[in-house]
Design a protein around this ligand. Structure first.
Ligand SMILES: Cc1ncc(COP(=O)(O)O)c(C=O)c1O
Length: 314
């Protein structure tokens, strides 16, 4: 499908992507004054159904990001969820989908600030292409770039400008032969990957950096914490992690909308645990795959179906 033909939601209307244009002086493009989300839709062929995962939570997080930029999302979360489902229907997506809602300062006036700048809002849904293949485990390196500090530009909010930090680290990692980067906080603790939160396992306990260690408050992170406790009966502790604990850990894994559960098998050329995907990472990967297509009844609250249900399907 040509991107220009994809139906998007913009300016309160559904239209082809090619009809939505921004000018070169757009504030958000020049100053990074925008915020966005990344949402997955999982195609479940047995039910002929597309499920969006934790749709409302993504729009709620976006509302908080927008607030930081002194912007308001133009509609309620319920309405934005409805439009997202409508996009899947209008584009007749019967495959995995990636949704990118974007709110940005749209004025074409020179001048860096947040106040008195008008905003714009769009939702684009495109067929999903795998971000990277984590199925064999990832080899990662610590970035020489530090994660941005909350008092400089908060990583907690998904702000377009803040992603320069991720881009610097990711490219450095790939050019050094790694699959992904791990960024440290300004005071040297483990923060997160370029587009993923991080977990380690030590003595059977799952540990992840707290939300005060310059991380995006990940929706997959929240999902895995709940699944660990409720389904695997494994303790999860949110505390700062030292760099050297990554080398000592039995398991390390990433979490994120793009990667799902991304097991890490090497950090800074040191093998993690046995060098194989560990049992907790594998179990969480299996569970996540199931909950993302509504296969576990108690987590169906997390999925939004797009198409009418097949009669008799379960
Ligand atoms: C910097 C960063 N951290 C963590 C995540 C994971 O967040 P989520 O699980 O909500 O996708 C993402 C992905 O959106 C990200 O960009």
């Amino acid at each position: 499908m040509d991107l220009g033909d994809v139906i998007i939601y913009h300016g309160g209307a559904f239209k082809p992507y090619r009809d939505a244009r921004v000018g070169l002086l757009t504030h958000g493009l020049n100053y990074g004054t925008g915020c966005f989300e990344g949402i997955r839709g999982y195609w479940h062929a047995p039910e002929n159904q597309l499920y969006f995962f934790r749709l409302a939570e993504h729009y709620n997080r976006m509302r908080a990001s927008a607030k930081l930029l002194m912007m308001k999302l133009p509609e309620t979360t319920e309405a934005l969820c409805r439009h997202t489902v409508e996009l899947a229907r209008r584009n007749e997506y019967r495959q995995d989908v990636y949704v990118r809602p974007l709110a940005f300062k749209s004025s074409e006036e020179i001048g860096v600030r947040l106040h008195n700048v008008k905003g714009d809002f769009a939702i684009v849904a495109v067929p999903h292409k795998s971000y990277f293949d984590a199925s064999k485990g990832l080899k990662v390196g610590i970035a020489s770039w530090r994660r941005i500090d909350d008092n400089s530009a908060p990583a907690r909010a998904k702000l377009t400008g803040v992603y320069v930090s991720s881009a610097l680290a990711k490219t450095e990692a790939v050019e050094n032969g790694f699959d992904e980067a791990i960024l440290l906080t300004p005071d040297g603790h483990v923060s997160e990957g370029s587009a993923e939160n991080i977990f380690i396992v030590r003595d059977g306990v799952v540990i992840t950096p707290p939300v005060t260690d310059s991380i995006l408050e990940g929706i997959t992170r929240d999902t895995l914490i709940e699944l660990c406790r409720a389904e695997l009966n494994v303790d999860v502790v949110e505390r700062s992690i030292d760099r050297s604990e990554l080398y000592a850990a039995e398991e390390v894994f990433f979490s994120g909308t793009a990667v799902g559960v991304g097991p890490v098998i090497e950090v800074d050329r040191r093998q993690v645990g046995s060098g194989e995907i560990g049992p907790i990472s594998a179990a969480l990967g299996d569970l996540y795959e199931k909950v993302s297509v509504g296969k576990l009844e108690r987590y169906r609250k997390w999925v939004t179906p797009c198409f009418p249900a097949l009669v008799g399907a379960s």
